[in-house]
Design a protein. Sequence first.
Length: 269
Amino acid sequence: MSETAVLIKPWYKTVTVLMACLVLLIVAWPFGTIGAGERGVLLRWGAVTGKVFDEGLYLRIPIADRVEVMDVRILKEQIEASAASKDLQSVTSIVALNFHIQPDRVASIYQDVGVDYKARLIDPVLQEAVKASTAKYTAEELITRRDEVREQIRAQVKEKIAARGIEVDDFNIVNFSFSPSFNEAIELKVTAEQSALAAKNKLEQIKFEAEQNVAQARGKAEAIRIESDALRSNPQVLQLRAIEKWDGQLPRVTGGATPMIDIKAITEK
């Protein structure tokens, strides 16, 4: 064996041992960290110990222990639910739930439900609550009483998931959608209501104009009555009106008599 081969063999063994130690150190690394808004569920040989690590650094037994991280911040789950209204209209609802896991319940949630608690727990509860509440209202009421429907669904969801250690922060109905036939019926109804309102406004306008005409006619009649009373009490008014209209010229053709206006009588009066 050459001298070079003798030198390479110990070097190769040293590198192999160092790499093996490094891999073992990585696998058996006893330290870890929990991020902000998270909790760590400690598992020993795969079993839930009940111990939960808060945010920051933690220490575990290498190989035997494993830490499952759970998010305790406010999360969002949005689903689409199909249901039937009280008047048997098909309704598709899109709802959104904001929730968070109670930090002291993460171990039991992981043990009972697992990390996929949205699909296993929250989604079925949302579907059931939407269907149950939708069936209590007509399709039109789902629109006009939307806030009431929202609060009813929220209360049902909160009651069912609170027992599991999940708190409801907010709930919203993002959208209601109905069948094309129902949408067409609503559109026709709105159009009819708008037409009725326009007709009512037109009628009110006609009534107002008629009342104005009546008031104007009454004013004219009152003016005529006052003028008639004045003529009866003072005949010279007729002569005054004639003077007001006279242009100062005598008529060129008369019937043999010259019309005279008693100016003196008017002025003395």
